[in-house]
Write a protein that binds this ligand. Structure first.
Ligand SMILES: *[C@@H]1O[C@H](CO)[C@@H](O)[C@H](O)[C@H]1NC(C)=O
Ligand SMILES: *[C@@H]1O[C@H](CO)[C@@H](O)[C@H](O)[C@H]1NC(C)=O
Ligand SMILES: *[C@@H]1O[C@H](CO)[C@@H](O)[C@H](O)[C@H]1NC(C)=O
Length: 352
């Protein structure tokens, strides 16, 4: 079962036709906005301490109180399935040139059967069930990773990792299953990397009671399983098995790796928007699927899958043009593209 799903993932990432039954939902989300907001960790705040790329439903706002904010009120979603009004976000990556100025690293989709998101940002999402899987409840939210962490030893490489993608071609698969082999917690800094793939795998075990917790983490726990296999046995404190959510981001560093302004002092030119490296990688999730569509998709995973309608679960797939047209204005307006004199961490980013 586990080997089958890993093999399928690898094949699908190469653009091969699915020969196995689907064992996961895998779909593309384009960029809703790049904005200094964080309705989970810093509700109500504009110009949060660091910049995020956010995708999903357009009800996204600086405050999203689970008591009063209904994510399904979104009028569109930048994710493939029309019924998925969830919000997903991560920090964004910057490149620091030899002269000390910064540029946001462009993101691309992972190709294959996903459709392409070339230079439009976004990420690929996975929902991987394993055994009896209980979908998230309305109002559920969680955080994976720690935005302040600088110690690679405090991160499980099998959950949060980076891969040096030596091919500039998004359709050429590099490496094995996510967060295995030579994948690293740190962001790879070699000039041989033409893309950097970031993977964030969320915990799959829930305490069954709390939709959130003060640190947005203690109501969930990682299972005994490892990597992108849907998760193994859950601890008795968190007995309810959730779908395993995985974010997959492709940072296209080709223009930087090939550039004469690449630093020559051995420093790592790639940082996340906290001005920290790979150990601070994190992902935020606000559940917002309509009705019981996600539960039905998990229960019928052999019939639902990749970017296609799934009538059994009531899922409708949008075309890339449709989901890419769902965007939002920044609520903390500032320049985030082009060469910047400093990371956007003060009141406003400063153009170089
Ligand atoms: C955010 O929420 C406020 C308060 O409910 C509302 O007035 C505003 O229109 C919302 N903004 C966006 C962009 O949805
Ligand atoms: C720094 O380097 C970048 C990339 O080579 C260049 O485009 C930019 O103009 C330079 N900025 C300054 C302030 O020298
Ligand atoms: C990645 O960036 C390079 C250099 O800017 C560009 O030529 C290439 O088309 C990009 N790749 C994708 C898949 O967008």
């Amino acid at each position: 079962m586990q080997l089958t799903s890993l093999a399928a993932a690898a094949l699908l990432a190469q653009g091969a036709t699915a020969q196995f039954g689907n064992s996961m939902l895998r779909f593309a989300c384009s960029q809703l906005v790049v904005d200094r907001i964080d309705p989970l960790v810093n509700p109500g705040m504009k110009y949060t301490p660091h910049l995020h790329q956010l995708v999903g439903g357009n009800s996204l706002n600086v405050t999203m109180d689970p008591e009063t904010h209904d994510l399904t009120s979104s009028t569109c979603t930048s994710c493939t399935f029309k019924e998925d009004k969830s919000n997903y976000w991560t920090a964004v990556m910057f490149y620091k040139a030899k002269n000390g100025t910064y540029k946001r690293v462009p993101q691309v989709g992972n190709g294959g059967p996903q459709g392409k998101l070339i230079n439009k940002g976004g990420l690929d999402l996975y929902y991987i069930p394993s055994g009896k899987t209980t979908a998230f409840k309305k109002g559920f939210r969680m955080l994976a990773g720690n935005a302040a962490n600088t110690d690679p030893n405090k991160v499980q490489k099998s959950n949060i990792c980076h891969r040096c993608w030596t091919s500039p071609n998004e359709n050429t698969f590099v490496g094995g299953a996510p967060c295995t082999g030579s994948d690293t917690v740190d962001i790879p800094k070699s000039k041989s990397c033409k893309m950097i793939r970031q993977t964030i795998i969320f915990p799959t075990c829930w305490d069954g009671k709390n939709l959130d917790s003060p640190d947005h983490q203690s109501h969930v726990a990682y299972s005994s399983g490892s990597g992108a296999t849907g998760g193994g046995a859950c601890p008795s404190t968190h007995p309810v098995k959730l779908p395993q959510i995985m974010y997959e981001l492709m940072w296209n560093v080709t223009e930087f790796a090939n550039s004469p302004d690449f630093p020559t002092d051995g420093s790592n030119p790639y940082v996340y928007s906290m001005n920290l490296g790979g150990p601070a990688a994190h992902g935020d999730y606000l559940f917002g699927w309509e009705g019981d569509t996600l539960q039905k998709a998990m229960d019928n995973i052999g019939r639902c899958g990749l970017n296609t309608d799934c009538p059994t679960a009531g899922l409708h797939a949008q075309t890339p043009d449709q989901y890419s047209s769902c965007t939002k204005e920044q609520q903390a307006p500032e320049e985030v593209d082009g060469w910047l004199a400093a990371l956007p961490m003060g009141e406003m980013a400063i153009k170089a």
